[in-house]
Write a protein that binds this ligand. Structure first.
Ligand code: AMP
Length: 599
């Protein structure tokens, strides 16, 4: 798709929406947005084949918000989403786009949330409802959610809803929507059952899929780092420290993230500058010139601003935010590997974006190999050795005056030279400390990246901590010591592409548990452990056994004294011992129970 040149204004969105988009720092519509906004505004049905990360939420939210009648306080748009997490994210996106629409109200509804609370909220007349199919159907049956005023219904991630067993509920809801309302169906894949629903319910739909540009990329070493949204900054800093980099260009999605990241890197001592579409031509040229001359090492750019950028010095391209399609990817990484040099492209992907990564690989006919975030030890070693090099240079100079100052300080402080040297080193390290926090520690401390709607449940995700070695056992709920927890194992793990959000969503929806009562979750290659309140009813557990996530039945069971050794990113260890394999997760080993794992 290349008709991606029209601006949001040219697409005819209202001033209210344009204002929010400007504040969010969106520079231009993504390809799926360019393609969907017109037909949806024109009242047509659409089928969009698009994955997370393509900007698909905006693709339906923006044109549909444009049609809302603010005088009517009743549901006008209904979005069905597979999980609580997605429902909340989509509702948040609606809220941020509609920020300047006075009296606008969006409500997420999902299982596990108090019914009374939802009833009260529904009475306030939200114009947009985003809900999981089961709970939406519940409200419709009770008569607490009426669709008479509905203008449009969206099925978001239809294939995921199918996997989670919601297909009958979806059909039921579709059968009860007003005949003249619009329908938009978004799905990353189009399995038969989804096609059948589409054929039955969509009215001469416009088909939208983002055509992959098949381009082979040579001379660029392509890597990806799997990292959750809120750990990206720490991961980036480590990569920057360890890679032997010359000029670097880091791509982000919005003007706001561009400015923010430049500030954060500057604060950490990196010579960097933003490069975005709102900077005037002169400022942009200055930034590029400084990169060329080596006065700057890092440019943080949006796609719009980096168009046509040709700097030989760029040895690395970092895709801090995943591009919207493979065409943008090829364009971005083409900024390196210039003039016959070898370049490196590093792509940061969150769990939910893994599918997008595979699409890019297919479209570019290339392999993007996994890369680990450098460990704190590696970074510390690198910092120490660089410090050594700097000190070496200083040692070559005249130090007589300083030697006297050292002697005087030692006397004044009554310390020996070793201790004084250590104290001075402590002062010198400043923004490049030699003792790094682990990513998990930072995660507990830092709240700055929370709330990003792309994040994969930051409070639970532990993607970069060392691989756990034992299931251990659950204790009590962190925020509520009165709730005793039990540890369960489910048969879906990292290798199936599952994210913490999928698991929380499935369990919260299917077992009707408030997600506050879902405790620690640890992802392993083939299985995952989940802490749930002790004494879960048998019928709920047997229902959960059959629930499918990422195409696999959860087969939930108590972790008991099963012990599991994860392989980090490689293949899990083969099971050993006397029990048949089916009794424990693949890759599990039977070993004596370890003392409590409080991780
Ligand atoms: P989605 O594919 O809907 O999950 O969106 C992925 C991310 O892209 C979200 O963080 C959005 O805020 C962001 N996004 C969506 N549309 C745009 C745009 N036109 N420009 C910049 N960022 C966008």
């Amino acid at each position: 798709m290349s008709s991606n040149e029209r601006t949001f204004r040219e697409l005819g969105l209202s001033e209210y929406l344009l204002r929010s988009l400007d504040e969010l720092g969106y520079e231009k519509p993504t390809p799926i947005q360019s393609a969907s906004i017109d037909p949806l505004m024109a009242g047509k049905d659409i089928i969009g084949q698009a994955q997370t990360g393509t900007g698909k939420t905006g693709a339906f939210a923006l044109p549909l918000l444009n049609k809302i009648d603010m005088k009517i306080n009743a549901p006008q748009i209904l979005v069905l989403a597979p999980t609580r997490e997605l429902a909340v994210q989509v509702a948040e996106a609606f809220g941020s786009y509609a920020k300047h629409m006075k009296g606008f109200h969006v409500l997420p509804i999902y299982g596990g949330q108090s019914m009374q609370q939802q009833l009260n909220a529904l009475k306030r007349g939200p114009q947009v409802i985003v809900g999981t199919p089961g709970r939406v159907m519940d409200h419709m049956r009770r008569g607490t959610l009426k669709l008479d005023t509905l203008k449009a219904l969206v099925l978001d991630e239809a294939d995921e809803m199918l996997k989670m067993g919601f297909i009958d509920d979806i059909e039921w809801v579709l059968e009860h929507k007003p005949a003249n309302s619009q329908l938009a169906l978004f799905s990353a894949t189009m399995p038969e059952q989804i096609k059948r629903v589409a054929n039955k319910h969509l009215n001469s739909p416009v088909n939208i899929s983002i055509a992959a540009s098949h381009t082979t990329v040579e001379s660029i070493d392509q890597r990806f780092v799997q990292v959750s949204q809120h750990n990206k900054l720490e991961a980036l800093v480590r990569v920057l420290e360890v890679e032997n980099t010359e000029g670097i260009i880091i791509f982000v999605r919005t003007r706001n993230s561009c400015v923010e990241l430049a500030e954060k890197l500057e604060a950490r001592g990196y010579a960097s500058s933003p490069l975005h579409g709102d900077m005037n031509q002169q400022a942009r040229e200055r930034a590029v010139e400084q990169l060329k001359r080596g006065k700057l090492d890092i440019l943080i750019a949006t796609d719009v601003a980096a168009r046509g950028l040709d700097v030989e010095r760029i040895g690395h391209v970092v895709n801090y935010d995943i591009p919207y399609d493979s065409e943008a990817y090829v364009h971005r990484i083409g900024r390196t590997g210039r003039a016959g040099r070898k370049g490196m492209a590093i792509l940061f992907v969150t769990n939910r974006e893994m599918r997008m990564l595979r699409t890019i690989e297919r479209a570019t006919n290339s392999r993007i190999s996994p890369m680990k975030v450098p460990s704190p030890e590696t970074v510390a070693e690198r910092r120490l050795s660089r410090l050594g090099e700097q000190i070496q240079e200083t040692l070559n100079g005249d130090l007589d005056f300083m030697k006297n100052a050292v002697a005087e300080l030692c006397q004044q402080l009554e310390v020996d030279t070793d201790l004084l040297a250590a104290a001075l080193l402590q002062q010198v390290q400043q923004e490049r400390p030699l003792q790094l926090p682990t990513i998990t520690e930072r995660q507990r401390d830092s709240r700055d990246d929370r709330g990003d709607r792309n994040s994969d449940r930051p409070r639970r995700e532990r993607s970069n901590r060392p691989a756990p070695t034992s299931f251990g056992s659950a204790d009590t709920l962190k925020d509520n010591p009165d709730v005793k927890m039990n540890r369960y194992v489910i048969d879906v793990g990292r290798e199936n592409g599952v994210g913490v959000g999928n698991i929380v969503g499935a369990i919260a929806n299917e077992a009707n548990i408030d997600s506050r009562f879902i405790g620690q979750i640890q992802l392993f290659d083939q299985v995952t452990t989940v802490d749930l309140p002790d004494g879960m009813p048998k019928d709920i557990l047997s229902h959960l056994k059959k629930v499918r996530v990422c195409g696999r039945p959860l087969n939930i069971r108590e972790a008991g004294d099963e012990v599991f050794a994860d392989s980090g990113r490689g293949a899990p260890r083969k099971p050993r011992g006397d029990r048949p394999r089916g009794d424990r997760p693949a890759g599990a080993e039977r070993r004596p129970r370890k003392p409590r794992d409080n991780g």
